[in-house]
Design a protein around this ligand. Sequence first.
Ligand code: GLP
Length: 244
Amino acid sequence: MNWQTFDSTDALADAAARIFLDAIRSDPRIVLGLPTGRTPIGMYERVVRDCTREYHCFRDVTTFNLDEYAGVPREHSGSYFAYMKQHLFEHVDVDPQNTHLPNGMAPDLDAECARYESEIRDAGGLGLTFLGLGRNGHIGFNEPGTPFDARTRVVELTQSTRHANADCFPEGHVPTHAITMGIGTILDSAAIVLLVSGSGKEEALQRLRSGEIDASFPASALWMHRNVRVLVCVAPSSSSSPSS
Ligand code: GLP
């Protein structure tokens, strides 16, 4: 694992956006795995800003999101579909046909999971996947206890994850289930970038740094992958540069 520590969320977002854009420049047909949550918002802002200056930045890019809530319509502001539209897709020249999120409203969710896995396979597999880190160590919505070979499937969210994401559901109906790429699906990505920032992540970060690989801490599976970069912001403040 390659670790970089930043002393501001701005610096982390700059570095993440650079990795994102460099990957597209070196392979305009790249297949990206994309995260949601608060952490990647700064990265998406910078990607959008830079892409408006470049011709056909996203024209041949394909994206697969890590996860989506079950039972939440795409039009709902809390859906990850709405998030991606707001933070990225609406602002770049990506072909909507090439943007993929699991359909949490599908009548048969298990069939939807199998379909999503085969869509990723048919696209040639993930080339570069960005991840955030849940406070309990989850990646995507792979909660503690997930086997490392799990594929895309329906999962029940833990109380702590529902609590952490409750802001997006002000009416109070925080979803209980989601569809997520499995840890095995994520580990198949050629390269992975884990973004860690936000309050309450210190313990998870410490556990990840320990190097102990255990299913009770899903992110520890990343130690089994050969090409992982971890970008960490330890103290949220404004503008500064990488310290290592
Ligand atoms: C959600 C998402 C994860 C994300 C995590 C952390 O549960 N499913 O993919 O990494 O939240 O979110 P945040 O960046 O808001 O801390």
